[in-house]
Design a protein around this ligand. Structure first.
Ligand SMILES: [Zn+2]
Length: 158
């Protein structure tokens, strides 16, 4: 099992690849330092997110963040986000390691749900939120690939 530092390197690699590819696919992609930093953050978050189901850096980050995020969500009346984050957190604490949080479908659903929540509250941020979701998802995919091994992930046999 690679350490969280290896997963963060995978997140940086994912970000770098998407940084080059996404403008080719989305010509109107927003540009600017704040977007690049935000997308790097989501790629890094995605790269350690799957280990939320075990005592890890991600779980520590989550629990510390929840102390700030949940009261803020209630104060701002983001009830759907509050409930969604509560359900995901409760689910992740109750399950075994490398089950649903390492499943590509679950990771995709998290990325889509997170992007849609932001878009619903801020429709003018649709493209930026979609790119955040893409960075998060592929960062998480890099985590799963590193966990199972690159050769096994690419179906390469000895
Ligand atoms: Zn993992």
């Amino acid at each position: 099992m690679p350490s969280y530092k290896v997963h963060l390197v995978g997140g940086v690699a994912t970000y770098t690849i998407l940084y080059g590819l996404l403008p080719l696919v989305i010509p109107t992609i927003p540009t600017g330092l704040r977007y690049y930093v935000m997308w790097l953050g989501f790629a890094l978050l995605g790269s350690i997110f799957p280990d939320i189901d075990v005592y890890s850096k991600m779980q520590q980050v989550l629990f510390r963040s929840l102390l700030v995020l949940l009261p803020c969500m209630l104060y701002l009346r983001y009830l759907k986000a509050f409930i969604g984050l509560g359900i995901v957190t409760g689910l992740c604490v109750c399950i075994r390691h490398r089950t649903i949080t390492h499943h590509i479908g679950f990771l995709f659903a998290c990325a889509v749900a997170g992007s849609l929540l932001v878009i619903q509250q801020n429709p003018h941020l649709t493209l930026a939120a979609a790119v955040c979701g893409i960075q998060f998802f592929f960062g998480a995919v890099s985590h799963v690939v590193l966990d199972i091994g690159l050769k096994k992930a690419l179906f390469i046999r000895k």
